[in-house]
Design a protein around this ligand. Structure first.
Ligand SMILES: Nc1ncnc2c1ncn2[C@@H]1O[C@H](COP(=O)(O)OP(=O)(O)OP(=O)(O)O)[C@@H](O)[C@H]1O
Length: 404
C-alpha cells in the first residue's frame, strides 16, 4: 500500500500484515480505502477472507488511533451547559452537564434510563443559569410511544419543590413534544418543522428519543443493511441538528437504543462465510429460557425482547459482524479479544454506523446489570473518557451514586 508507510510509519510488519499488504497493493487500495470500504468490498477487491482482513484492520486501527487521548477542550466563556440536576452526572459529562452547540448521544439497551435522563434535561433547561439551566424551552421528538407526561410531571413536581423560586419558569408546556410515526415523518419534522420551532420558540434543548428506531424498523429486516443508503438520510438529519445547535446555541441530546444481536453462549458463532458470520441455529424454547441471564442486560422486558429478537436473528441468519464494524470499533468493542476469550455471546452495537458516530460530539453509554446501572462517557470534548458512574433511577430523577 503506497501511502501506509507515510501515514503510519510504525505499522508492524509480520506474516499476516505483509501478506495482506501485498494483496491490498495489488488491488491498488489506499489506507483511506481500507478504513472506509466495507469488509465485503475489501474481501472482493483483495480476494482475502474477512477474518484475516478484520485482524489486519484491527492492527491498523490500533496504530492509527493514538494511545493517549486527545486533550480536553477548554471551556470558553461562550460555551453553554445544561446541568442534569445531579452533581455526579454533571461531573461524568465534564463538570457542568450537557454541552450546547453539539450532539450528545446516550446509547443503551431498553429500560436502561435514557429517556429518564432526557426528560430530566428537558426540565433542567428551563431553570435559570444560576441553577444550571438556560431559561429556555425544550423540544422532545419522540419516535416511539410519545412523551411520558406522567413521568415528566413527576420529575417536574420534584424540581418545583427543590427550586421554589423557579416555579413560574418550570412548566410541562415548555417541553414541546412531537411524535413521529415513521421515518418519513421523522425526517420531514427534523428537516422542516424543527428549524422553525427552534428559531421561534427560545429552544435550548432538542431531544430525539430515539434516533434509530425508525431506521431499524424500516431497514432492519434486510439481511444486509446498506450503510450507504442510511448514511445519506442520517447525515442530512445530523447536519440539521448540528447546525441548529450551533446557530441557536442549544444542546442536542439523542437516545440511541443499541442494536442487540445475539449469539448463543459458548461460541455458537461458528461459520464465517464471506463477510457474514451466522448464528448457527434457532434456539429451542428451553435454550431461550436458559439464556435469560440476558435479563441482566435487558431488564424486565428480557423475555419478550430476547426471544423475539433471537428468533428473528436466527431465522434470517443476520450478519452480526458485517454491520457497523467501525462503529463497534469506536464504541470500544474489541472483536479479537472477545473472539479469543470465547465471549462472542453478547453482541451489542449501536444501531447506526460510523457515519452517525462522526456526527456525534459526545457519546455516553448506559448499561444495566441486574439492578445496577452505569454510565460511561466514551468520547467527549469536555469529559475524560473511561470514567464509569454508577447511577440510580429515582422518581425525582437520575442520581449518580459514585464513580466505580
Ligand atoms: N416514574 C418513574 N419513576 C421511576 N422509575 C421509572 C419511572 N418510569 C419509568 N421508570 C423506570 O425507569 C427505567 C428506565 O426507563 P427509560 O424509559 O428511561 O429507559 P430507556 O433507556 O429510555 O428505554 P427505551 O429505550 O426502551 O425507551 C425503567 O426501568 C422504568 O421502569
Amino acid at each position: 500500500m503506497t501511502d501506509l508507510s507515510r501515514i503510519c510509519p510504525s505499522f508492524p510488519h509480520n506474516e499476516l500484515t505483509n501478506s495482506i499488504l501485498s494483496s491490498t497493493d495489488a488491488a491498488n487500495l489506499t489506507t483511506g480505502d481500507l478504513l472506509t470500504l466495507s469488509l465485503d468490498a475489501l474481501a472482493k477487491r483483495t480476494g482475502r477472507n474477512v477474518v484475516d482482513l478484520r485482524r489486519f484492520l484491527d492492527i491498523l486501527m490500533r496504530e492509527l488511533v493514538p494511545a493517549t487521548p486527545a486533550p480536553l477542550l477548554e471551556v470558553t466563556d461562550g460555551q453553554g451547559f445544561i446541568s442534569t440536576g445531579d452533581e455526579l452526572l454533571d461531573k461524568a459529562l465534564g463538570g457542568r452537564g450537557l454541552a450546547t452547540g453539539c450532539i450528545t448521544e446516550f446509547v443503551g439497551a431498553s429500560s436502561v434510563g435514557k429517556s429518564h435522563i432526557l426528560m430530566q434535561l428537558c426540565l433542567s433547561v428551563q431553570l435559570s443559569p444560576v441553577h444550571g439551566g438556560l431559561s429556555r424551552k425544550a423540544v422532545y421528538i419522540s419516535t416511539e410511544s410519545g412523551l411520558e407526561t406522567r413521568r415528566l410531571n413527576q420529575l417536574l413536581s420534584h424540581l418545583r419543590t427543590k427550586y421554589p423560586d423557579e416555579v413560574s419558569n418550570l412548566k410541562s408546556e415548555n417541553v414541546l413534544c412531537i411524535t413521529c410515526g415513521d421515518l418519513e415523518v421523522q425526517e420531514h419534522i427534523i428537516r422542516y418543522q424543527l428549524p422553525f420551532l427552534v428559531r421561534t420558540n427560545n429552544i435550548g434543548l432538542i431531544v430525539v428519543d430515539s434516533i434509530a428506531s425508525h431506521y431499524r424498523a424500516e431497514h432492519g429486516d434486510e439481511r444486509k443493511m446498506s450503510l450507504h443508503y442510511r448514511g445519506n438520510e442520517l447525515i442530512q438529519c445530523a447536519e440539521i441538528l448540528r447546525n441548529l445547535a450551533v446557530e441557536c446555541g442549544c444542546a442536542v441530546a439523542v437516545a440511541n437504543q443499541i442494536r442487540d444481536q445475539f449469539a448463543k453462549k459458548n461460541a455458537t458463532v461458528d461459520n464465517h462465510v464471506g463477510a457474514a458470520t451466522f448464528i448457527s441455529s434457532q434456539p429451542s424454547q428451553e435454550e431461550t429460557r436458559l439464556m435469560n441471564p440476558f435479563e441482566e442486560i435487558f431488564g424486565e422486558d428480557a423475555d419478550v425482547t430476547l426471544s423475539a429478537e433471537f428468533q428473528r436473528a436466527a431465522e434470517s441468519q443476520i450478519d452480526i459482524f458485517d454491520l457497523d464494524y467501525q462503529s463497534r470499533f469506536f464504541s470500544g468493542w474489541d472483536w479479537l479479544a472477545a473472539e479469543s476469550s470465547g465471549e462472542v455471546n453478547d453482541l451489542k452495537v449501536p444501531a447506526l454506523g460510523l457515519i452517525w458516530t462522526n456526527c456525534v460530539s459526545q457519546r455516553a453509554v448506559l448499561k444495566r446489570k441486574a439492578s445496577k446501572r452505569t454510565l460511561e462517557v466514551v468520547f467527549s470534548p469536555y469529559a475524560p473518557s473511561g470514567q464509569v458512574l454508577d447511577f440510580e433511577i429515582r422518581a425525582d430523577g437520575v442520581r449518580g451514586v459514585g464513580f466505580v
